[in-house]
Design a protein. Sequence first.
Length: 368
Amino acid sequence: MKAAVITLHSVSNYGTQLQAYATQEKLKEYFDEVAFIDYRRPDSYGRGLLGTFAKGNPFKALAALPTLAYWRRLFGGFQKERLNLTAETYRSEKDFAGFRDCADAYFVGSDQVWNTGWNKGVIAPFYLSFAPEGKPRYAYAASFGKESFSEAEVAASKPYIDRFRKISVREESGVGVLRERYSYEGAVRILDPTLAMGPSFWRALAPEPKIKGDYILIYNLKRSRAFDVYAEGLSKRTGLPLYRLCTRLDQILKNGKSIVMPEVFEFVTLIDHARLVLTDSFHATAFSMNLGTEPVCIYPDAYSGRISEFLRLVESEGRHARHGGDFGMLDRPVDFLRVGEILRAERERTDVFLREIAEETKWEMGKR
């Protein structure tokens, strides 16, 4: 049996790459072969990505070039080495006009494939618009990333949603969106694929640590002076040094000792061996909880529900720093025994969902 998946695998981001890899490896537990449809959203690749950074400013474009070149080597290399990509590359919806059937079941997910803000509208291929008639369509831990949608967005995507055989989403709010805005009943919430794989899976892939001693790891996606000030305060209260995982070259100017764009699996090592992880990232939060490292979460201005819903799931909402002087979580350690119990139960929900799909696919193949 073969599964084909479309997701945001080309986005240059540690969480994106690791969720894509986890999606592939999890589906391989139920399918003989898993392939990613090599769709690259125009603004996340090549000249389009440069335009996203520069916003028409030639000086910003020039300054961004070294970082983008590094990303291409780092994340592009990971995709070539670790992800099974289709030979064909798709850069626009028009490119799918000649799509040839290549699988027994089609999946979209995970990550924010249905976030119309992030995607700047409805991108039909992320709703499996190209999947051949008669082939089953599934969503695996897809995320809307938000709860508010215009009537036009719902109208444009509902015909595609109606064609899905089964839908699973990453946040409980997504179940409500599907029921209330799309009249789609029966959707289920399951774990992000990175959480569907336990700590031993990730530690087997992670390189040896390079940092000796305890430290606070900073993983900050959204620039913020307030975030940096909070990091200094956290360091003073704990006596721990700051190490910053820099996703861009210009971040070396920020506080903390810089770790400049390490290899993808080193992301796991850095989180696993930190005492605290200070972050505004969903995946950094997820990996922290999965690996038993206490996170301190500062919610981003947009799409923060991804983090807050996950912390609620693992009964750890107290890890949210609510303002610049909130260090109360230092006196409220995470109950990682309880977190482990919750994640093990949630992994079984994921396995039930995928097992049913695999059985359906076998049955469908027997009918052909």
